[in-house]
Ligand binder design. Structure first.
Ligand code: PMP
Length: 356
């Protein structure tokens, strides 16, 4: 091996760039990362306090993961043997890619798709067939059906980040049934949408559905994701691929507490759906914006030539949203998370002051 291989490898990895996190703006109204502020800080404090009482962090969390999986199983009404967990769904996706994909396997996905997933594919040199969204930010199922023969893995975030688009249930089910390779359906925002495909795993051996407590439960900082898949995959993933102790004791115990109080999550989702509609309808009133329908806890809109001005004006008002820029023919895309009623009102008022 040549002497400089290590430097060369670092050079190659550095050139990939990595996942773009949002700017850190102190004390802002944070509508840039699809977090869930409708779930109160008090809810978080309560579950963390209970978790502290049942935790002894001198010990590795032996047996904890199994109890957590038992809770997820009750919550989803799916067998424990079909459920695995990870340090955020990011880690689950990464471990699936690093163990089941390679430079020799092709992944079929959309353009755009979840940014971290795409970055990971670049890191591992995995070729992508990425089907672009139409001008009205929709995907055409026939494009996927046509390309499915050329791919080994199908990855779709459903709903999609950043567009908020989701195929109809029947369309997505048909696509999955016709696909012979591995199918990964990322339902990070599934609870905000109209359906979930977890149940389909029972009849579909090549399907992995990935979900997370980051969005619906408002526990992004906890880093807890899970998946539903056939028993053989789940077994191999949890016993061979996954780290021996993938999440902390506090995460295990807090996750159990949160799942016991899942009614709080359901109430928050109802609020978010109402607020999502309000944001879409209000933004639609401005001719300068093109607003896209969303099934997730965020709304994508094209502010065309004025997107940088809108973004900066909001930052000046202490409001942080996500500046995305070009998506297909849409040059000025911005994505705003659906926050609490108060947060959304601040955002909408700032827009009115700027454009009204
Ligand atoms: N999938 C999608 C589509 C996402 O947008 C995100 C969060 N940005 C994730 C997965 C990862 O979520 P987490 O690691 O917090 O579970």
């Amino acid at each position: 091996m040549n002497e400089g291989w290590f430097e060369e490898k670092i050079e190659k990895i550095s050139s990939i760039g990595g996942y773009q996190k949002p700017e850190l703006i102190q004390d802002s109204v944070k509508l840039d990362s699809n977090e869930n502020y409708v779930i109160s800080k008090q809810f978080q404090n309560d579950i963390i306090s209970s978790a502290r009482k049942t935790s002894d962090i001198r010990e590795y969390p032996l047996g904890g993961v199994e109890r957590l999986i038992g809770m997820i199983s009750e919550f989803l009404k799916m067998p424990s043997s079909m459920i695995g967990i990870g340090n955020g769904s990011d880690q689950i996706l990464d471990l699936i890619l690093s163990n089941f994909a390679s430079e020799q396997t092709t992944i079929l996905t959309s353009k755009p798709t979840f940014g971290f997933f795409e970055e990971r594919c670049k890191l591992y040199g995995i070729p992508l067939i990425a089907i672009p969204f139409s001008n009205d930010m929709k995907l055409d199922i026939d494009d996927f059906l046509k390309q499915s023969k050329n791919a080994d893995i199908l990855y779709l975030d459903s709903p999609n980040n950043p567009t908020g688009f989701q195929f109809s249930k029947i369309e997505l089910q048909n696509l999955i049934k016709s696909f012979n390779g591995l199918v990964i359906i990322d339902e990070a925002y599934g609870e905000f949408s109209e359906y979930s495909l977890t149940r389909m795993v029972k009849t579909c051996k090549n399907l992995i559905v990935v979900q997370t407590l980051s969005k619906s439960f408002g526990l992004a900082g906890l880093r807890l994701g899970y998946f539903v898949a056939n028993t053989k995959f789940t077994d191999a993933f949890m016993n061979v691929i996954q780290y021996p102790y993938p999440v902390s004791t506090i995460t295990v115990e807090s996750g159990i507490q949160a799942l016991e109080k899942s009614n709080v999550m359901k109430d928050a989702i109802d609020v978010i759906k109402i607020e999502r509609k309000r944001i879409v309808e209000t933004l639609q009133k401005y001719d300068t914006f093109e607003v896209f329908d969303s099934k997730a806890n965020f709304v994508l809109f094209d502010a065309h030539g004025s997107y940088k001005r809108v973004y900066s004006a909001l930052v000046e008002q202490g409001i942080s949203i996500r500046k995305l820029g070009e998506i297909g023919d849409h040059k000025g895309c911005l994505r705003v998370t659906v926050g609490t009623k108060e947060m959304n009102s601040k955002f909408l008022l700032a827009i009115r002051d700027l454009l009204g």
